[in-house]
Design a protein around this ligand. Structure first.
Ligand code: MRU
Length: 353
């Protein structure tokens, strides 16, 4: 069966191959691909959101190491320093999604574990195999998240989601959207409300497109409509993804997520976060330490190239916010549910990361 949503990330060829990304900035109108052949290409694609969503960024970065390794001498004495420099460069592309740093660390650990006598060709083969494993593991995790989360959605529910935590943001199938897809495939009648997600409209451009392709009944709303839609009784659950989850369960996700959690709390609607274990950062005790990406003024003062605010106006554009664990009913991981969301339960499920 052909995939309902094209793959966001693929590696073409072998060790001398390249990274092919579905250019998400062009969706939903154009299905075009960006081929990355250098580390700088990958850096630029992540920075500009051609590839986006925490797990997809991590996968792209893992392959970015392979592109760097293909062009590096990789002599035994300098190998680790060369790879570290490539990882350091990729690490500056975006700050919030921890999957990026997790994937880079996995590649560096993989290189460190190789014998001193490994030839440059062997190092490249091993790094490509590790990137492919990261990619395949994410695919499996997404399907497992779907299976665990689907049980939380009752037949006939209205489900609200924010940003895009679907197949486009992962290897395939998604995290928050995996929960919806799995429940839909199990025969439950759901109706999804997709927030448009200003300023970059990941909800309107990507989530609405994905849900349509999966045949899930979907209504697009502006972000400012969420409270009203909840008050009208149309929403029985909120499901979102995450970019980084602290040891106590505080979860960073696309700006606007925290507000939704507060609204859900006020309307007594369960609020769920779906994310793989690679999105947890157990080095941070709480969400206060999560770095929040600040993006350019044009994303807010312009609407896809057309100026909508007066020249010279000050703009604040944080790309993410942090939802405190107390507002999250459960975190849905590939290993099962974290519920209630406490540091002890996070450790019990994710502790062996
Ligand atoms: O800025 P983006 O589009 O990369 O932000 C993405 C999100 O906030 C997603 O909800 C998150 O990465 C989870 S993706 C499975």
């Amino acid at each position: 069966m052909p995939a309902k949503v094209p793959l966001s990330v693929s590696w073409e060829g072998q060790e001398d191959g390249f990274l092919r990304l579905l250019d998400q900035t062009q969706l939903p109108l154009n299905e075009t691909y960006r081929d990355c052949r250098t580390v700088d290409d990958v850096w630029e694609a992540i920075r500009s959101l051609q590839v986006r969503g925490a797990p997809a960024i991590g996968i792209a970065a893992a392959y970015g190491i392979c592109l760097g390794a293909a062009a590096a001498p990789l002599a035994a004495e300098t190998r680790q320093t060369e790879l570290q420099a490539i990882a350091d460069r990729l690490a500056t592309s975006r700050p919030t999604a921890v999957n990026l740093f997790w994937a880079l660390d996995r590649q560096l650990d993989c290189a460190r574990a190789m014998s001193e006598s490994a030839s440059p060709a062997q190092v490249r083969t091993t790094l490509l195999a590790e990137a492919r494993r990261i990619h395949a593991d994410d695919r499996e995790s997404c399907h497992a998240i779907g299976r665990h989360g689907a049980t939380l959605l009752a037949d006939g529910s209205g489900v609200l989601t924010h940003c895009n935590a679907g197949g486009l943001a992962t290897a395939e199938y998604g995290t928050a959207l995996a929960v919806i897809y799995a429940a839909h495939e199990a025969g439950k009648q759901l109706h999804v409300y997709a927030d448009e997600t200003r300023p970059l409209l990941q909800g309107a451009r990507l989530t609405a497109w994905e849900l349509q392709r999966h045949g899930v009944p979907t209504t697009l709303i502006c972000d400012s409509m969420a409270a009203h839609v909840m008050k009208e009784g149309r929403v029985q659950a909120v499901v979102v993804g995450a970019d980084r989850i602290a040891a106590n369960g505080d979860a960073a996700n696309k700006i606007g997520t925290y507000g939704l959690a507060l609204l859900a709390h006020a309307h007594q609607i369960p609020f769920y976060v779906a994310a793989p274990c690679s999105t947890f950062d157990l080095s941070l005790p709480t969400g206060d330490g999560i770095p929040i990406e600040q993006r350019g003024a044009a994303e807010v003062a312009e609407f896809f190239g057309s100026r909508t605010a007066p020249p010279g106006i000050h703009v604040y554009n944080p790309a993410f916010d942090v939802t405190p664990a107390r507002y999250i009913r459960a975190i849905i991981t590939e290993r099962g549910l974290i519920q209630p969301v406490t540091a002890d339960h996070v450790r019990a499920v994710v502790g062996s990361n």
